[in-house]
Design a protein around this ligand. Structure first.
Ligand code: GBH
Length: 455
C-alpha cells in the first residue's frame, strides 16, 4: 500500500461517528415501564457517585432524541453508536416484555433514518436490570440465560432497522471494576475466582449476541464485540521494545481477546489463574468463539512498555512508570497517549488476524472548560482528537484494517461514578436548562468529517 501522508484523505469507506450509551444520556429512568438498573440503585447509595448524581434525567435524550439527531446531522455526522437499555425491554431482566421499551427504540431509529444517520447498536452498556443482580448478577448463569433471550428479542425486533451490532461494551468494566474493585455498580468486592467467573459469563453473553444476530439479524447484519483491551505502547519503536509490548499485550488480554480467538482459555492465563480459573461447561466455547465481523476497541490511554534490561527480570516485558507531571485529562486514569490507537489496532491485526477493526470510543473528559462568547473553547479536546486521528491514519497507512472512528461523546453525559462533573461531549449540555450547544471541537470534527481527512 502506498504510504499516506496525514493530509491525504482517509479511505473512502472509513466511518466517522460519535458515540453515547443509554444510561448515560437517556434519563427517563422510570418512564414507560422501564425497570430499575443496577446504576439506578448504585447512584443512590451514599458516597458511590460524585455529588450523588442520579441517572433520572441525564440529558433527557429520551424526550429530545429528535432534536439531538437534527443537531448531529447538522454537524454532518452520519454514524452514531448507541446502546439499548435492557431494563426498558425486560424491566426484570427476563420475564415480562415491555412493548413500550421496544416502541421507544422504533421511534428513535425512525428519527435517525429521517436524519440520515446509521445506527451502530450496543446490546449491553452496563445497565443491568437490578432484578438480575438480586439473583446473582454477573456471577450467575441466570444472567446469561436472560441475556440470550434479551438479545433474541432486540435483534428480531430491530432487524429491519439495525445492521451494525455490538454485543457488549468493555467487559472488564462491568466485571473486574464492578465485582472486584467495587467502583462501578453493583459495587461488590469479590474474590478473584468470582471475578474470573463474571468474565466468563460476559463472554458467553457476547457469544449469544453473535448467535442472535446470525439467527435473526437478516441478510447483511454484522456483529462484533467492543473491548477495552489493555493497551501498551513500545517506549521506543525498536524491534526489542515492540516485541516486549506485543508480549505484554498478549498476556494482559489473554482472558478476553485471547480466549475468544483461540476458542479456549490460553494456557498461560490458566496457569496464572490457578485454582481461581473460571468454570467452563461443555459447549461454552462454541458460543464464545463464534466468528465475528468486526472488533471494536475503546481507546483512551495506554501503558508504556519496554524490553527488560539484561537479566533484570524473567518477564518478556517491563512497564515504564509515568512521571508525576505526565499530561492527562481530568479523569485521573486518562493519560494522553495517542500512539495507543496505533499499537492496539496493529497488535489486534497481527495477533488475532482481525480484518475489520473500529475505534468505537475515543475522547477526553474535563471538569471545567473555558467559555468564550458563549462557546466552549475546548482546544484541548480538538488537539486530543486530532492527535488520535493522526495515529489512526498512520495505522491505516501501515496496512492495519481500521475502518472507523467513533468519538466519545456526542454530548456531555453521566460519567458513571464521576457523575455530571466530568464532561466528555463535543456538545455542551446545560444540566439546568438541558440546552445543547456545540463546542469548538464539534465544529472542528464537523470539518474533519466533511473533508474526510485530518485538518
Ligand atoms: C468508557 O470507558 C465507557 O465505555 C464510557 O461509558 C465512558 O463514559 C467513557 O469511557 C469515559 O470514561 O478504576 O482507575 O482503574 C472507558 C474505559 C476503563 C475508564 C477503566 C476508566 C477505570 C480506571 N475505562 N477505567 S481505574
Amino acid at each position: 500500500m502506498t504510504a499516506l501522508t496525514y493530509s491525504s484523505p482517509f479511505p473512502a469507506d472509513f466511518v466517522f461517528g460519535v458515540a453515547a450509551a443509554s444510561a448515560q444520556i437517556e434519563g427517563a429512568a422510570f418512564t414507560d415501564g422501564k425497570g430499575e438498573s443496577i446504576w439506578d440503585r448504585f447512584c443512590r447509595e451514599p458516597g458511590k457517585v460524585h455529588g450523588g448524581d442520579t441517572l433520572d434525567v441525564a440529558c433527557d435524550h429520551y424526550h429530545r432524541f429528535d432534536e439531538d439527531f437534527a443537531l448531529m446531522a447538522s454537524l454532518g455526522v452520519k454514524n452514531y453508536r448507541l446502546s439499548i437499555a435492557w431494563p426498558r425491554i425486560y424491566p426484570n431482566g427476563d420475564g415480562e416484555l415491555n412493548q413500550a421499551g421496544l416502541d421507544f427504540y422504533h421511534r428513535l431509529f425512525a428519527s435517525m433514518k429521517k436524519h440520515g444517520i446509521t445506527p451502530w447498536v450496543t446490546m449491553f452498556h452496563w445497565d443491568l436490570p437490578q432484578s438480575l443482580e438480586d439473583r446473582g448478577g454477573w456471577t450467575s448463569r441466570v444472567t446469561v440465560d436472560a441475556f440470550a433471550r434479551y438479545a433474541d428479542t432486540i435483534v428480531k425486533a430491530f432487524a429491519g432497522e439495525v445492521t451494525h451490532w455490538i454485543t457488549m461494551n468493555e467487559i472488564r468494566c462491568f466485571t473486574l471494576l464492578a465485582y472486584g474493585y467495587g467502583t462501578k455498580a453493583p459495587g461488590r468486592k469479590e474474590s478473584n475466582a468470582v471475578v474470573n467467573q463474571t468474565f466468563h459469563h460476559a463472554l458467553l453473553c457476547h457469544g449469544h449476541g453473535v448467535r442472535a444476530v446470525r439467527e435473526f439479524g437478516g441478510a447483511g447484519a454484522k456483529v462484533g464485540l467492543t473491548d477495552n483491551c489493555d493497551v501498551c505502547i513500545p517506549v521506543t519503536e525498536t524491534p526489542a521494545d515492540i516485541a516486549a509490548a506485543k508480549a505484554w499485550f498478549l498476556e494482559k488480554n489473554a482472558h478476553v481477546l485471547g480466549a475468544m480467538h483461540a476458542g479456549h482459555y490460553p494456557a498461560d492465563y490458566l496457569a496464572r489463574a490457578g485454582a481461581d480459573a473460571p468454570k467452563v461447561e461443555p459447549g461454552d466455547f462454541d458460543l464464545i468463539s463464534l466468528p465475528t465481523d468486526h472488533l471494536g476497541l475503546n481507546i483512551y490511554t495506554g501503558t508504556y512498555v519496554r524490553a527488560p534490561k539484561n537479566g533484570a527480570s524473567d518477564q518478556a516485558w517491563e512497564a515504564v512508570p509515568l512521571p508525576i507531571n505526565y499530561p492527562r485529562a481530568d479523569s485521573p486514569w486518562l493519560h494522553i497517549a495517542p500512539q495507543s490507537i496505533y499499537w492496539a489496532t496493529r497488535f489486534c491485526a497481527e495477533l488475532y488476524g482481525h480484518q475489520s477493526l473500529y475505534i468505537t470510543e475515543n475522547g477526553c473528559g474535563y471538569n471545567e472548560e473555558p467559555v468564550v462568547n458563549g462557546e466552549v473553547l475546548d482546544l484541548h479536546r480538538r488537539d486530543f482528537v486530532r492527535n488520535h486521528l493522526r495515529e489512526a491514519h498512520r495505522a491505516i497507512s501501515d496496512g492495519v484494517p481500521l475502518h472507523g472512528y467513533f468519538l466519545w461523546s456526542f454530548i456531555d453525559n453521566y460519567e458513571w461514578e464521576d457523575g455530571y462533573q466530568r464532561r466528555f461531549g463535543i456538545v455542551h449540555c446545560d444540566y439546568e436548562t438541558l440546552v445543547r450547544t456545540p463546542k469548538l471541537s464539534a465544529r472542528y470534527y464537523a470539518e474533519v468529517v466533511k473533508a474526510h481527512r485530518i485538518l
